[in-house]
Design a protein. Structure first.
Length: 173
């Protein structure tokens, strides 16, 4: 892990963490059926090792925070699952939601945020929630950049996972 991320993990250890929609989807799918990672649309950019890394990181926190906006996106992005697999997934989804600390920000409050026009509703809500003590993990560079500019503790998960990847020649990507 890079020193910046290690410092933030130490600072927030035992605290709260918020995952963006893509990482929350990775976590939900990985908890349900790790083998689907890399083989299912919307999580095909990830590897099972990315899920393992995320799961190890989450063990450092007492609470995983989410918002209704994030959960709605995760639910919608889970669409490629079919039939009984989908039914089983959403049963697990419901149980996992019970483990989360959900925070609500009214849409009209997020819509007046300066970030709304640049990032949209879900990310504007994330920025509002992140104004409280919390560590944000994202794979969205624009969200990461904007949170950093606001002084919010944020980690671009791609900075942690990409060094783990190797191409067929064995060189680091």
């Amino acid at each position: 892990m890079n020193p910046y991320t290690e410092r933030l993990l130490f600072k927030h250890k035992g605290g709260r963490v918020l995952l963006d929609s893509n990482l929350m989807l990775l976590w939900f799918i990985g908890l349900f059926q790790r083998a689907l990672i890399g083989n299912l649309k919307r999580v095909d950019m990830f590897s099972p090792e990315d899920f393992d890394l995320l799961a190890r990181i989450l063990k450092n926190f007492r609470a995983v925070v989410t918002t209704p906006n994030i959960l709605t996106e995760v639910s919608n992005l889970s669409g490629p699952l079919k039939d009984q697999l989908r039914s089983n997934y959403f049963t697990g989804f419901a149980h996992t939601v019970e483990l989360l600390q959900e925070e609500y920000v009214p849409s009209n409050r997020a819509a007046i945020s300066p970030l709304f026009g640049r990032l949209g509703l879900t990310d504007a809500v994330i920025a509002i929630v992140a104004s409280r003590p919390i560590l944000v993990f994202t794979i969205d560079f624009e969200l990461y950049y904007r949170l950093q500019a606001l002084g919010v503790d944020a980690v671009n998960f791609n900075h942690e996972r990409l060094p783990l990847r190797r191409n067929p020649a064995g060189r680091k990507n």
